[in-house]
Design a protein around this ligand. Structure first.
Ligand code: NAD
Length: 210
């Protein structure tokens, strides 16, 4: 019998990122055996019925529901991924804080700096372990670059140029989604892609002053 600590996972929203989070949790035990942790896909929440079906039949969740509140109330859910469109992040994150569930929230945290601050403050005052989806930090080349910079081997860094190459939203024939709505996304490419660049520059070099 496995001696690994079992962690019950809840994934809120099963779009591009929610499915990727689910796959990653499934790979945890194999990829990082030294953690001694086994993630169990307990529940997924998405209003789309097809996503609920796929959650159980294709992705291996024990159950699926439409309302994220049901997932947050589930005592078997220990940790939560919030992989929803940006305009839902604040509401869902504050509910996760209320429910006392540690969470990984996708970037950008909110649709405004104020929303992001509200989320950060609420999680901090509840003493929850949280993480924002700036996943490029953990790419081995980035970790190595950070080591080189921190050790002083590259001298004083005076500027950073980040080039993010992506074309997923470039075709006028692609479907109109929440990403193209200022109200739902917060803004355009700046929070969607540039947030990764700003995060990496700060992670590698230090706070951007202005
Ligand atoms: N870290 C990264 O590199 C990265 C990459 C892509 C996206 N993201 C972020 O992930 C988040 C999700 O993006 P995506 O591309 O997966 O979106 P998506 O459009 O593919 O999926 C969104 C999902 O949310 C569901 N949803 C809608 N209303 C809901 C509700 N009330 N409750 C629960 N679920 C609901 C939809 O049914 C859909 O399945 C965004 O914040 C985005 O910025 C991060």
């Amino acid at each position: 019998m496995s001696t690994k600590r079992k962690l019950g996972v809840g994934v809120i929203s099963l779009g591009w990122m929610g499915r990727l989070h689910a796959r990653s949790y499934r790979a945890l035990s194999e990829r990082f055996p030294e953690l001694g942790v086994e993630a169990r896909l307990v529940a997924a929440a998405d209003p789309i019925e097809e996503a609920q079906r796929a959650a159980v039949e294709d992705l291996g969740f024990a159950r699926a529901c439409a309302d994220y509140r049901e997932l947050l109330a589930d005592p078997e859910v220990d940790i939560v991924s919030i992989a929803s469109p940006n305009f839902l992040h604040e509401e869902i994150a504050l509910a996760a804080v209320q429910a006392g569930k540690p969470f990984w929230i996708e970037k950008p945290m909110g649709t405004s700096a104020q929303q992001s601050e509200n989320i950060a403050r609420a999680a901090e005052s509840a003493g929850l372990v949280t993480c924002v989806g700036f996943n490029y930090r953990h790419v081995p080349a980035i970790e190595y670059m950070r080591e080189l910079i921190r050790s002083g081997k590259l001298g004083r860094i005076t500027n950073a140029r980040v080039w993010f190459i992506a074309d997923y939203n470039s075709s006028p024939r692609s479907p109109l989604t929440w990403r193209a709505s200022r109200e739902k996304a917060g803004a355009g490419v700046v929070p969607d892609l540039m947030s990764h660049g700003a995060d990496l520059a700060q992670y590698l070099i230090g706070r951007i002053a202005r």
